[in-house]
Design a binder for this molecule. Sequence first.
Ligand SMILES: NC(=O)c1ccc[n+]([C@@H]2O[C@H](COP(=O)([O-])OP(=O)(O)OC[C@H]3O[C@@H](n4cnc5c(N)ncnc54)[C@H](OP(=O)(O)O)[C@@H]3O)[C@@H](O)[C@H]2O)c1
Length: 266
Amino acid sequence: MTMGTAIITGASSGIGAVYAERLARRGYDLVLVARDRGRLAALAERLAKEHGVAVTPLAANLTRDSDREEVLTMLREDEGLSLLVNCAGIAPNAPLLNSERGGLESMLHLNVDVLHSLAVTAAQAFAGRRRGAIINIASVVALMPERFNASYCASKAFVLAFTQAISAELNPYGVQVQAVLPGFTRTELFERAGVDIAAIPPEMIMEAGDMVDAALAGFDRGEVVTIPSLADVQLWSDLENARLALAPYLSLKQPAARYKVGTGAP
Ligand SMILES: NC(=O)c1ccc[n+]([C@@H]2O[C@H](COP(=O)([O-])OP(=O)(O)OC[C@H]3O[C@@H](n4cnc5c(N)ncnc54)[C@H](OP(=O)(O)O)[C@@H]3O)[C@@H](O)[C@H]2O)c1
């Protein structure tokens, strides 16, 4: 059985470009999506030559409706597609109070709306075919919203919650879904945002190759959530178990007694 075709957004640089290389090495044919036509063409030519797979560069600005529709049509109609890697994303360079609202909204459009529309379309197509997988690139800031720009953190929290939810829904159809939560990873993300990566402690920065290799190892193990730098996976399990322990108490007829509602008490 062939690996099929992986479609990778944000494939022209950083994490997406590493996924392209690693998936080509695994024998996937590729569709590489980003805006920079020249970089995509060069990467496609190199990967096809080095790995003997078919690589199609698809230049698209995913925040432009017509470009995005081209990718959505491919997801709906190309029966050979077996993996979507949702990686295109941007980051801000300042806290919320120092950011232009328009810039934050553009970021949310790419990080949330675009990722969502691609993932929904892939989920429906893959479920119909009973085959396929979706990898969504989130971030550890989904778990640390107080530590970084609020809008960016919330965009990545969306990716995490959305992935956990669709994983549960798609599992019965044989479709695998994974959220990857990188910490700081050495890519162009910082330069593009105007952030000096030298200001970040080096022991907190992972090389993009290591990050993707760990994420793919998690994918091979069937992890729904992969945190590449987390050595003690029990810490994540504890958080999940604590979250799920809330379930019986989250929606009840009566307000909790500690709010003293209806008791006449002040
Ligand atoms: N680096 C980190 O520390 C880090 C940590 C956690 C999560 N992440 C996440 O990892 C993902 C990849 O980022 P990266 O670190 O690899 O940064 P990167 O090197 O800047 O890559 C971003 C990619 O997104 C593409 N892109 C940006 N806007 C686009 C648009 N409108 N339409 C289509 N493609 C677009 C870029 O290509 P073009 O310019 O050619 O369009 C590029 O290929 C992002 O979702 C980011 O939030 C990164």
